[in-house]
Design a protein around this ligand. Structure first.
Ligand code: ZN
Ligand code: ZN
Length: 307
């Protein structure tokens, strides 16, 4: 299972309908947060995202992506959290995140580690990597791609039986890519009954950004691209001035990257209730687009490979 829950989908200021930025990724029982705007902890409670996460990845330090972390950590302390929390962010992490972590007079009851990351970093996990890429937003900013490692190729049990390979450990060895010797002395290699490795799933979160080549490169064939789209086409100048994207620009990024699906977030309060204008502008370029709303959960399925 890989899914994304939008905790906040509005730009800059919270409104009744849209909180400021926050994203919870849930993968095989693990929760990872990206950005943590003011009020994120209450959104987590509302939308059933537990506090058992270990890591928060910040795209940048504008207040609408950051202010929620202090309260969230305090609540976790009151809930007797003891396990460490890791906060990642671009240049300035120690100073900015350190201030947020230590704000107020309470002491943290559990370790909070702050790690500065930069574009090009690849944080390896058991089954996936978090890839850090450059974005363009008039500040030190990054985006993140979660890229699962390739899965084993498909194992063909009928072929295994035809070859007289007894069901059991030998099947597992072949599936993992090792040649096996059968009781009768024959050697069988995996290529005879295991397909080529299948790609894992990938999702990309841009944070605030202008359209940028590095975003396109990070989003190549992504199963899900979550791109900011603060403005509509009539505010292109304003998007340029403030380092944001229009809906159509985000759609062109998705198109050029060959992403499977695009979800727009960080929506200006002007489109708070009705973002249909943004949706139409984006879908004219990239039909597989939707607009995020608070509490929306999207599953990221495996791409079906046609044989
Ligand atoms: Zn923002
Ligand atoms: Zn920003």
């Amino acid at each position: 299972m890989l899914s994304v829950t939008f905790l906040g989908t509005g730009a800059s200021i919270p409104t009744i309908d849209r909180n400021v930025s926050g994203l919870a990724v849930q993968r095989e029982g693990e929760t990872i947060l990206f950005d943590c705007g003011e009020g994120s902890q209450r959104q987590m409670m509302r939308y059933g995202v537990g506090f058992s996460f270990r890591e928060i990845f910040f795209t940048h330090y504008h207040a609408d992506h950051l202010l929620g972390v202090t309260g969230l950590l305090r609540t976790m302390g009151l809930q007797d959290r003891t396990a460490p929390v890791l906060l990642y962010g671009p240049r300035g992490a120690q100073r900015v995140l350190g201030t947020a972590v230590n704000l107020g007079i309470e002491r943290n009851k559990f370790p909070v580690d702050i790690l500065e990351i930069k574009p090009g970093d690849r944080l390896a996990r058991d089954e996936y990597d978090i890839v850090v890429f450059a974005t363009e937003h008039r500040a030190d900013t990054v985006g993140y791609a979660l890229m699962e490692h390739p899965r084993l190729g498909r194992f063909n049990p009928e072929r295994a039986r035809e070859l007289g390979i007894p069901e059991g450990p030998l099947w597992g060895q072949l599936h993992r890519g090792t040649a096996v010797t059968l009781p009768d002395g024959r050697t069988v290699g995996p290529s005879e009954l295991v397909g080529s490795p299948r790609p894992g799933r990938s999702l990309v979160y841009t944070g605030d950004t202008r359209p940028h080549l590095s975003v396109i490169e990070a989003s190549r064939n992504a199963d899900l691209l979550i791109h900011e789209a603060t403005f509509g086409g009539d505010e292109l100048e304003r998007a340029r001035e403030t380092g944001h994207s229009t809906a159509a620009e985000a759609a062109r990024v998705a198109l050029e990257a060959g992403a499977r699906r695009l979800v727009l977030t960080h929506i200006s309060s002007r489109y708070n209730r009705d973002a249909s204008e943004l949706l139409a502008e984006a879908q004219a370029v990239f039909p597989e687009t939707s607009i995020a709303r608070d509490g929306m959960t999207i599953d990221v399925p495996y791409a079906e490979i046609l044989h």
